[in-house]
Design a protein. Structure first.
Length: 268
């Protein structure tokens, strides 16, 4: 009899605990679904001490409309972070809950460094991204970079190296392009087009897409040293269209056609 009573008590206690647990789960589920916990606002803030220049609330609403799932308790923060990172100009995002129905999103924006290929840009981390170039400041002139997919950081590195070479001449690198055959071309702020030749190091870049220093640095040094003398000898009125630096012991210049001499009109 004692064993039977003990067993009955254990069963009764277990059923009571189960009933309490089910009641608690039901109550929590009911509370969680209350309208007070439906997400009602998204607060944006810039990472660090800066301000958001390119990401607007309107762009965020347009990108997340109908795609944000759950309420304050059930929203998946990782999935929501990935959703916000699809918004143009957003490089990284972090999301946290603010009681009782707000999401606060901290955003790190892409900082545009250059234009990339047809319709993309490269940020200051050497990453390609897609955003509306019309949102750039009117006075923000970005260099044009181009190259095969996956060579973004390499092209940025080469651009920086060329910029350092030509800075003493008062010239800026306006564009640099890497062809599918790993040959380089660049244009300068004076309109000069440079043919730099192939870059064997670009054919097998490391995982970060970066190789060593310019393999044709000696050619560029020779050109930079000779350029003031060349200009002086040719004269300011002589236009130079291209410079071919692919020769081992020098370089070749393509000159613009001299301006046509205007014939005097016949007097009547």
């Amino acid at each position: 009899m004692w064993n039977e009573a003990r067993t009955i008590n254990l069963i009764a206690n277990a059923l009571t605990a189960l009933a309490i647990l089910l009641l608690a789960i039901t109550t929590v589920g009911w509370l969680v679904q209350r309208p007070a916990f439906q997400l009602s606002a998204i607060e944006l803030e810039a990472g660090g001490d800066g301000e958001l220049r390119y990401v607007s609330e309107a762009a965020v609403r347009a990108a997340t409309a109908g795609r944000l799932q759950g309420n304050f308790f059930t929203v998946d923060l990782d999935a929501t972070r990935e959703l916000f990172e699809t918004v143009p100009w957003v490089r990284r995002a972090s999301v946290r809950r603010v009681w009782p129905n707000i999401l606060r999103v901290q955003i790190e924006e892409h900082q545009p460094f250059a234009l990339w290929n047809e319709n993309q840009m490269i940020n200051t981390w050497g990453e390609a991204f897609t955003a509306n170039q019309g949102e750039l400041d009117d006075d923000q002139a970005l260099p044009q970079l181009a190259g095969p997919e996956g060579t973004e950081r390499l092209v940025v590195q080469r651009y920086a190296e060329l910029a350092r070479w030509f800075e003493p001449l008062g010239l800026q690198v306006q564009s640099i392009a890497l062809s599918p055959r790993y040959a380089w071309q660049s244009s300068l702020s004076n309109g000069l087009l440079l043919n730099l030749g192939r870059d064997p190091g670009a054919e097998a870049p490391n995982p970060q897409g970066v190789t060593g220093a310019l393999p044709f640095a000696a050619r560029i040094r020779r050109f930079v040293q000779a350029w003031p003398v060349v200009q002086k000898q040719l004269g300011a009125e002589t236009g130079i269209l291209q410079a071919d630096l692919r020769y081992p012991n020098g370089f070749a210049l393509t000159l613009a056609d001299p301006p046509a001499t205007q014939q005097p009109k016949n007097k009547r």
